[in-house]
Write a protein of this length. Structure first.
Length: 290
């Protein structure tokens, strides 16, 4: 896969903040489809030579422009990333739209017994072995895993956790928003636990969930919270830095993820490594627990 700077077209829209561009009608190797691949660049990108962390987002059509998003509401990622850059956390965002009809295939590692799925390994190969090398060759990225994050919601949250756990050579952190683990089942969580048990995972993970993810189905609604909290427990027991947010009033929709996105990405980019307060440093220096 080859992406060139000359084919990266500026997107102009009154809603947008910052510098959003895209490669249009790109062949996605191994996935049998084409898509527009978005790249948001931090302020001053063209004038400098600094390299930046990269956040890879799923459902890329939902994250920047309301008119392109499902339900007509986006994540306002451009606004959030502009504010983070102003706060000293500049990063590049690369966003890939989902398959128009087979999203569940690419975003799940195991099929649902009724609804199918299970092609996440193909999607992972595309991201890790095709898209990321092409992005690294085209943009000024910091290509190391600790500077490479992935995030998404619902099944996009499921595949984000899968990518972080299965491709530690590529991803050093994940944003897992309202993960729909009820689709691939407990096996998906068991695999993360098994990998942690042998000491094979590093990095940091943000997990969140709402209390009204699917209020019309009490069983599935409860599974959203149960599985999110089980994932948090697995990560905590494995010594992985994890941030968990439960919003009891939040629905399964873009505006809820838009509200939680800025703080989640700020933590993933830097806040997870907060310095200890002075009294902790002093106690450690004295060799006394406190």
């Amino acid at each position: 896969m080859i992406l060139t700077p000359g084919d990266l077209r500026l997107i102009r829209h009154p809603q947008l903040q910052g510098d959003l561009r895209s490669w249009t009608d790109v062949e996605l190797p191994g996935l049998g489809r084409r898509a527009e691949v978005y790249a948001w660049l931090p302020p001053g990108y063209d004038e400098g030579d600094e390299r930046h962390p990269v956040l890879y987002l799923h459902d890329g059509h939902n994250v920047f422009l309301d008119e392109r998003a499902n339900g007509g509401v986006s994540w306002d990622v451009d606004r959030a990333m502009t504010r983070l850059a102003q706060d000293g956390l500049p990063a590049i965002v690369v966003a890939v739209p989902c398959h128009p009809t087979l999203r569940h295939e690419e975003y799940t590692q195991h099929p649902h017994p009724v609804s199918g799925g299970g092609r996440a390994a193909d999607y992972a190969r595309f991201l890790c072995e095709e898209l990321k090398p092409a992005v690294d060759a085209t943009l000024r990225t910091r290509p190391e895993p600790r500077h490479t994050l992935t995030a998404g919601s619902s099944l996009g949250g499921v595949v984000s956790a899968y990518l972080w756990a299965s491709r530690q050579d590529v991803f050093g952190g994940a944003g897992v928003f309202s993960p729909a683990f009820w689709w691939p089942g407990d096996r998906a969580l068991d695999e993360v636990a098994a990998q942690l048990a042998v000491g094979g995972l590093e990095g940091r993970v943000h997990v969140d969930v709402g209390g009204l993810e699917q209020p019309g189905d009490p069983v599935i609604n409860g599974l959203y919270v149960e599985h999110a909290e089980r994932l948090v427990g697995i990560l905590r027991d494995g010594g992985i830095p994890v941030q968990y947010v439960f919003d009891s009033a939040a629905y399964h929709f873009e505006d809820a993820w838009a509200r939680r996105f800025p703080a989640a990405v700020a933590w993933l980019l830097g806040g997870y490594a907060a310095d200890p307060p002075p009294h902790v440093v002093a106690a450690e220096g004295e060799g006394e627990p406190r």
